[in-house]
Design a protein around this ligand. Sequence first.
Ligand code: ATP
Length: 444
Amino acid sequence: MSAVDEKTMEKIVALCKRRGFVFPSSEIYGGLNSCWDYGPLGVELKRNVKEAWWRSMVTSRDDIVGLDASILMHPKVWETSGHVAGFSDPMVDCKKCKARFRADHLETARCPEKPSKKPGECAGELTEARQFNLMFKTQLGPVEDSGAVVFLRPETAQGIFVNFKSVVESSRVKPPFGVAQIGKSFRNEITPGNFTFRTREFEQMEMEFFVPPDEAGKWYDYWCETRRQWYLDLGLREENLRMRTHGDDELAHYSVGCADVEYLFPFGWSELEGVANRTDFDLKRHSEASGENLTFFDNETNTHFTPYVIEPAAGADRATLAFLVDSFEEEKLEKETRTVLHLHPRLAPIKAAILPLVKREEGMVKMGQELAKQLRDAGISAFYDEKSAIGRRYRRMDEAGTPYCFTIDSTSLEDGTVTVRDRDSMEQSRMSAQEVLPFLREKI
Ligand code: ATP
């Protein structure tokens, strides 16, 4: 496979558009800055990423439960969490070209005015840094007064903290236990960019793990390693993944430990996920502000305590982008170059392509349609295609990341076998049509 730095984002963005992974939002009206839509293949890929996360965090464990909190929450939540006062980034403006940059990202930012490159190189003067709150405001109900102002949540985590009591009372959980949630968050980012990496509307996959305070260190180490391993198990190459521990100067004031899972994108090492020891800060603050008791009563020791929280907070869009980038290859073959996405079979939007060799051969068509239906009935996404030359159909499936193509030919009609072609090795072998479903189940 080619090295990651040979890949260019432009090629990946073009593939995403061409094959229906990601489209610019509202494109017929010229698009909307930093907003993207997931197309037919992209929506399946992202769903599979979220499904893999949910399975590893919730379904396969007995100590984590799920939650789906609303995006609009009581404004007090954000005052208490510190977001109203402090959820801001320093921003500078260029007085000449009017571009706006994050003051702490000036090294990597690009001036939009050509041929200049760096902020300020267009001979413009940069303003002093000002704090800019990243929360989107809207209003609840028809009256436009200040009392109706609410925020679009900038993180899903607070929805978990404010439901702590309800979850404990309804679900028989006991620390150490976790609450997981997947959902949209919104941040009015100063400099969105790098395709879907930094957008103003995005999806988070967050889990708050509540533990006895003296076990926090142990669980922090556990979640750092468990989350790193999740990306590797789904096929990210180890050399492109690293853990970066935050220095003391980078830590949020309530946090005593934080490490980022970083991926080597074509634009450099960037955060996929943060794992933080948030201490008892959030529960204590919400308890003080709401007057609700958010401690846990341990009836073995007859004591109340406020759990510490270990939080792995990931982005569904960033993970999806990392899997796309890591799996992308332009492979030089003897006579051509093929573009292929080596996606893990569990993530691949289409698991199997069913390809009758000859379009007008009734027997082949019937056998192919039956096989496709059998797979779909079993919950495996199958794509049936009888158009164009077989080589071109294989290439289209390579670009979509489809791990297996099953071809039906004249031998199939005689002995009930099909050809299976492996996306990565391009090797072909025969198997009985009846073996296809168990074969795919095992691979996925
Ligand atoms: P960054 O430093 O890149 O702005 P962050 O440290 O502010 O990210 P967190 O608040 O830790 O991010 O959010 C958890 C995860 O949510 C991030 O690791 C990332 O995957 C995702 N995320 C955060 N902001 C965005 C965004 N603007 N676009 C896409 N995903 C995001």
